[in-house]
Design a protein. Structure first.
Length: 261
């Protein structure tokens, strides 16, 4: 998908343009007619994905234990349907459990395509605005608060910032977990949720869904969003700022909340 966006830099201000975005869709991994997990994934090489997941999660021991495989697309997403050898079917039935998505690409606890693609609730916040020039130092301030990241270079960070208020930052090996932590910290503090969520990761649909449920009207991320994340943010009324660097950023949805002049 190619998405239109506004590119802003301190030197040149705002300019129109476009960016090619990676696609993201819900993929259900189905063994013997029952969903084992639902993952958000790039919809390519799904046969490989299904077989690799089955091996890495111990559903099968080798490829010979998968009797058949088909990929079936629907309006909700894609099912990778696999039928197993009889002994593996018995083993899976005996120990079936809900498998959480792997760090960075799954939807923990989701076991249906409909749930994975649930509509994000609309976000209020038309009165919240932030100056473009203030977003860059807010994002830059994240680095100084990433103590685990500085020591390990192996974790993501998420932050919450409102102009004139202290920056709240949390870290975790999972970007979803880091976001959940910072949302919890803000909720516990009892402050306003009308602020900016700062992310050190790419923006995928589940992060937008979490922001919408929380009620945050603006996301600002270091990396690019997926196409589905942009569509979801647009529908939920969330301002999505991404590809944030020291020399500027790109605004993909609802630019009215960012003062670009």
């Amino acid at each position: 998908m190619t998405a239109s966006r506004l590119r802003w830099t301190p030197k040149k201000g705002a300019s129109e343009g476009a960016r090619l975005l990676a696609e993201e869709t819900a993929v259900a991994l189905v063994h013997d007619g029952s969903t084992t997990a639902v993952m958000m994934a790039t919809p390519t090489d799904l046969e490989d994905f299904g077989l690799g997941f089955s091996l890495s999660e111990g559903v099968v021991g080798d490829m010979g234990e998968v009797r058949d495989l088909e990929v079936v697309a629907s309006d909700l997403g894609v099912e990778v349907r696999m039928w197993l050898a009889a002994d593996r079917t018995r083993d899976l039935a005996a120990r079936r459990r809900r498998l959480a998505g792997a760090t960075g690409c799954g939807l923990c606890g989701v076991d249906s395509l409909a749930e994975a693609l649930r509509p994000a609730p609309p976000v209020a916040g038309d009165g919240f605005t932030v100056a473009a020039a203030d977003l860059l130092p807010a994002m830059a301030a994240m680095e100084g608060e990433q103590r685990i990241g500085a020591a390990t270079r192996a974790v993501h960070a998420a932050g919450f910032w409102r102009p004139g208020e202290p920056l709240v930052v949390r870290e975790d090996v999972g970007r979803h977990n880091a976001l959940d932590k910072v949302l919890g910290a803000v909720a516990r503090a009892g402050g306003s949720r009308q602020g900016v969520l700062l992310l050190t990761s790419r923006v995928s649909v589940e992060l937008v869904q979490k922001a919408a449920v929380f009620g945050a009207p603006l996301i600002c991320a270091v990396s690019a969003p997926t196409a589905l994340a942009v569509r979801t943010a647009q529908a939920a009324g969330i301002t999505l700022v991404a590809v944030t660097r020291a020399d500027g950023f790109e605004v993909f949805t609802h630019p009215q909340r960012v003062g670009l002049n």
